[in-house]
Design a protein around this ligand. Structure first.
Ligand SMILES: [Zn+2]
Length: 363
């Protein structure tokens, strides 16, 4: 979304965009006119979401009235709805269609499972904005487990045959797909949440880890997954060495190619959700990129300085392979048997310079 100042600068003092006109009847002077469509920067309220963007209006060339023109307003509504859907995580029309087709449901069956009218499903797939309660139902439909529960417990409008067929489709999806939303919840449950020697005496905090990775994705060049594994290792072990507690609360294990967060494939599946963090294909691998800036409010200036130090350290290696080779000289890796958890006590031998104090952090 463009900030209002941005589009004001672009449109202030500029004449109408004459490249597009609509032939219509002015609703003020009632003349039939060829009205030029101009872009106006405005902030509008869409059900509590403030949307600032360029919206289009046909201007009457005779009386200067902004003409209420249905087809042009539809384009404005589409912009507003898109912004609202993004802000409130409301499934888009194409996502609703894809979701329904994933299970092979007709609009009638899908509507019956959700307990809403088939006309509503048709309107939402056609671009209408769902009500808040219907939006919640559509969000839930992303999760096959919830659909299964609805099929077992409710959906009275569904015939027995439709219900059984729908249950089979949902169960198949639940079994064959990794639903990242569900994995994200599982992740929080299965990683140790208490501070122990294995977690560097810090309780694992998914939000801290996510924001640290978002920051690193923006500050470390070519952040391949293998590189991130090492970067996190240096982040946590240097924090433990210098402060007596790790940074993220992750456990680390010895893999043949270096130290890695324990269960790192699960950690990655949970972190790289396509919304906050995403993969970009690059060369033979996938680079992690951030889709937004990091929220550093939970970190002290010293912790931000540590993120910077570790990022600079990683950027000092020309390739991920060189960083890997360097990590293979660490006693933390050398002295741990393959597949075993690496003890944070070995952090004292870490070959990473101490971070500089953050600017302004200390007098
Ligand atoms: Zn007019």
């Amino acid at each position: 979304m463009k900030p209002s100042t941005d589009c004001r600068i672009r449109f202030e003092g500029r004449g109408p965009n004459l490249s597009e006109t609509v032939r219509t009847v002015c609703d003020a002077c009632y003349n039939e006119v060829d009205a030029p469509v101009v872009a106006v920067c405005e902030t509008v309220d869409v059900r509590g979401v403030s949307v600032t963007d360029e919206f289009w209006y046909p201007i009457c060339p005779l009386c200067g009235n902004r003409i209420g023109h249905a087809a042009t307003m539809d384009r404005n509504f589409e912009k507003m709805y898109t912004a609202y859907r993004e802000a409130r995580d409301v499934p888009r029309p194409d996502e609703i269609v894809a979701l329904r087709r994933r299970y092979g449901f007709s609009q009638r069956v899908f509507a019956a499972i959700l307990g809403i009218g088939v006309a509503s499903v048709q309107r939402y797939e056609g671009g209408a904005l769902p009500s808040e309660s219907h939006a919640e139902l559509l969000r839930q439909a992303r999760d096959p487990q919830i659909l299964r529960e609805r099929l077992r417990g409710g959906a009275p409008r569904l015939g027995e045959r439709d219900r059984e067929r729908a249950l089979r489709a949902v169960e198949q999806q639940a079994a064959s797909r990794i639903d990242y939303a569900v994995v994200r919840l599982d992740l929080l449950d299965c990683l140790p949440r208490t501070a122990t020697p294995e977690t560097g005496l810090r309780a694992f905090d998914a939000d801290r880890l996510r924001e640290a990775v978002v920051y690193l994705a923006a500050h470390v060049g070519n952040l391949f997954v293998t590189k991130l594994n090492k970067v996190l290792f240096y982040l946590d072990f240097s924090a433990y060495r210098d402060e007596g507690a790790g940074f993220t609360g992750l456990r680390y294990a010895r893999a043949d190619y270096g130290p890695v967060p324990d269960q790192y494939d699960l950690v990655m599946a949970a972190l790289v959700d396509g919304a906050t963090l995403a993969y970009r294909e690059q060369g033979d691998g996938r680079v992690i990129v951030a889709r937004r800036g990091a929220d550093l409010s939970a970190f002290s200036p010293q912790e931000v300085a540590r993120l910077d130090t570790v990022a600079a350290f990683a950027n000092g290696f020309a390739t991920t392979a060189e960083l890997s080779a360097y990590s293979h000289e660490e006693r933390a890796w050398l002295e741990t048997p393959s597949g075993e958890v690496i003890g944070y006590d070995l952090a004292q031998y870490l070959r990473l310079p101490e971070p500089l104090p953050a600017k302004g952090a200390r007098a």
